[in-house]
Design a protein around this ligand. Structure first.
Ligand code: 4NP
Length: 151
């Protein structure tokens, strides 16, 4: 079983969508997908209603997810840790204790634009268009991740 963790700041906007999108593409018997936030603000809450809505528009139901905070045991559990932006990257990598752990952490958009270090923008303070934009970016990235995992 390959295990993939999607990480953003709050675990209510971007990473729940990334989790739902990748789950919709992979075989659940072969790939385990989860998500977490680097911050503790929203622990136990469901995803933002705007993320739920854009997911629904693509027949992806993320409404049952509950936010949790990234913790160091995730380094042991997960094979790939995909972060949305540079701040997430810095926060997660700062908790790593070995090179093996550090190497698991990748900016998710580097899957489609290698080494560009592009970020999935935080849509929290914007409008619905921001969530559509995030969805499209994550959908492309998850296609590439799915192909990579099925090799
Ligand atoms: P996320 O978005 O990291 O994509 O879940 C955010 C959600 C909440 C906050 C910031 C970003 N916040 O400041 O509460």
């Amino acid at each position: 079983m390959v295990k993939v963790l999607m990480v953003c700041l709050g675990n209510i906007c971007r990473s729940p969508l990334a989790e739902g999108i990748l789950k919709s593409k992979v075989n659940a018997d072969e790939v385990f997908v989860d998500s977490a936030g680097t911050a503790a603000y929203h622990i136990g809450k469901g995803p933002d209603h705007r993320s739920i809505k854009v997911g629904e528009e693509h027949r992806i139901d993320i409404s049952m997810q509950k936010a949790r905070q990234f913790n160091v045991t995730d380094f042991r559990v997960f094979d790939y840790i995909y972060v949305m932006d540079q701040a997430n990257f810095d926060n997660v990598v700062s908790l790593a204790t070995t090179e093996k752990e550090r190497k698991k952490v990748k900016l998710i958009l580097n899957e489609i634009s290698p080494e560009m270090n592009s970020e999935v923008p935080d849509p929290y303070y914007g409008g619905e268009d921001g969530f559509k934009n995030v969805y499209d970016m994550l959908d492309l990235a998850c296609d590439t991740i799915n192909k990579k995992l099925s090799i």
